[in-house]
Design a protein around this ligand. Structure first.
Ligand SMILES: NC(=O)C1=CN([C@@H]2O[C@H](COP(=O)(O)OP(=O)(O)OC[C@H]3O[C@@H](n4cnc5c(N)ncnc54)[C@H](OP(=O)(O)O)[C@@H]3O)[C@@H](O)[C@H]2O)C=CC1
Ligand SMILES: CC(C)CCC[C@@H](C)[C@H]1CC=C2C3=C(CC[C@@]21C)[C@@]1(C)CC[C@H](O)C(C)(C)[C@@H]1CC3
Length: 421
């Protein structure tokens, strides 16, 4: 083992309640997924019922789930490695180098869509996956745990400059959770980038389609609520993969190490909790009036518009501040040489992209009605995640930009919601 002891970044600030918080999350996150899935398919759908309707032991493991997860991940590894689409460079790393990333996630989504359609046409019983949700989630958890152990172990062989600034306290549990290595790669295969956008994100919309097929099997036709949830979330995932290059400048890729938090988040949390609304609608049908359907479509449209426009404006500005679409915007200089936007979307609130995202999250829950809290899990969790993320980003920007950041905050006082927060 190489000794990086003297050069490796040593983290002293911790998040998520430090080692104890991380240990609790490592146990609680998988239990939460199992709990949510079990409540979701139960007839009551009541989160407060005690004891919760947990599945019997015999329903936890199914060899078919192991087979499906293996085929799924292998297919996406193959699609990632296909020499299709362009290759883009990430941001400059601490050692001055830039990594190369394949931009072919949208192709992977298209191929997956074709494969799903073929399966439906030739009569593969995809709706069966509804009954396999718990074993599938458990199997994905196994993959996330094994991957995290591998990532933690291999990080001790990584050079000091390849370690993340945030996951190196020396405390094993905390570092395992946060991730020690920034961009772990096997050859040119980037494990974090692959997991962030492929198996989990695409898996989420495929599971949504499974819920739709299950509803059709049970009732003969899809409900408007189910169609809306599927369409909204498909739009979100398609957008992420269409704008795949933009993910290269997100906090997860640029700042966070790859450890249990992201491995579990990408491979389990996203596919098995982000689509709970569709799973809920299978066992709790809800009929929307045309007026409420239109109002929900409008809300999702506004959310998407704010999310996309603000993200694109910042990405364009960071790529080329002289571009015609951004050069008229007012900015302030920072000591780093980078400028901060203080007009346009980023002069409205400090995180307009979060505002748009949370409006969409609400629009994804409303098609399920107001009889249960469960379909609102995503919007509640997501609000907490964004408030926490905003605070992390604020800390990093204050450290990076100092007085210029203070000036930005006094020019744009609200963080996410104008006049409220
Ligand atoms: N669905 C989900 O589960 C999740 C979705 N998301 C979404 O991902 C997207 C990306 O979010 P995230 O990575 O958190 O962060 P952002 O895209 O909001 O990026 C924050 C960075 O933008 C730059 N920045 C901030 N203010 C300005 C300004 N005024 N002018 C120019 N640059 C500025 C700073 O970086 P620098 O100056 O170094 O360029 C800052 O660190 C969001 O739309 C979010 O909603 C995020 C998390 C989870
Ligand atoms: C389980 C933990 C408590 C939390 C894990 C958080 C992760 C699930 C999220 C952290 C940042 C994410 C992003 C997206 C998905 C969720 C995670 C991985 C994202 C890929 C969704 C689609 C968007 O368009 C995006 C901007 C590309 C997102 C990037 C951040």
């Amino acid at each position: 083992m190489k000794s990086n002891k003297h050069k490796a970044p040593h983290t002293t600030d911790t998040e998520f309640g430090g080692a104890i918080g991380a240990a609790c999350l490592i146990v609680l996150l998988p239990l939460t997924v199992l709990f949510l899935l079990s409540v979701c398919v139960s007839v009551e759908g009541a989160v407060l019922r005690w004891p919760p309707p947990l599945p019997p032991h015999s329903d936890l493991y199914d060899p078919r789930a192991v087979f499906i997860i293996t085929v799924w991940i292998s297919t996406h590894i193959l699609l990632y490695m296909l020499p299709v689409g362009k290759v883009s460079e990430g941001l400059v790393l601490r050692d001055g180098s830039r990594l190369k990333y394949p931009i072919n996630g949208f192709h992977a989504l298209c191929v997956t869509t074709v494969l799903v359609c073929v399966c439906v046409c030739v009569g593969v019983p995809l709706a069966l996956l509804y009954e396999l949700m718990v074993p599938l989630a458990l199997c994905a958890m196994g993959v996330a745990f094994l991957l995290s152990l591998y990532l933690y172990a291999r990080s001790f062989w990584a050079p000091a400059h390849a370690l993340a600034l945030g996951g190196n306290t020396g405390h094993a549990v905390y570092d395992f959770f946060m991730g020690r290595e920034l961009n772990p790669r096997i050859g040119s295969f980037d494990l974090k980038y692959f997991c962030e956008l492929r198996p989990g994100l695409i898996g989420w919309v495929v599971l949504n389609a499974v819920m739709l097929l299950k509803e059709v099997e049970l009732t003969g036709s899809p409900s408007v609520s189910m169609l809306l949830v599927n369409a909204f979330q498909l739009l979100y995932v398609t957008d992420a993969l269409w704008n795949e290059e933009a993910v290269l400048s997100t906090m997860d890729i640029v700042h966070d190490g790859f450890g249990f938090m992201l491995a579990f988040g990408d491979l389990v949390w996203v596919p098995f909790t982000y689509g709970l609304q569709a799973a809920f609608l299978v066992s709790h049908p809800h009929t929307l009036t045309p007026f409420s359907a239109l109002a929900i479509i409008l809300l999702n449209g506004i959310g998407y518009y704010v999310f996309r426009k603000s993200n694109s404006q910042k990405n364009q500005f960071r790529r080329d501040p002289t571009h015609a679409s951004v050069r008229h915007l007012e900015t302030i200089a920072t000591a780093t040489g980078k400028r901060l936007l203080v007009s346009g979307w980023w002069g409205f609130v400090r995180h307009p992209n979060y505002l748009g995202d949370v409006l969409m999250a609400l629009a994804w829950s409303l098609p399920c009605g107001f009889s249960h809290i469960l379909p609102y899990f995503y919007v509640l969790y997501f609000s907490v995640l964004l408030v926490h993320r905003e605070a992390r980003d604020e800390r990093q920007c204050r450290a990076k930009y100092g007085a210029a950041w203070e000036a930005y905050c006094s020019r744009v006082p609200y963080r996410i919601i104008p006049y409220i927060y």
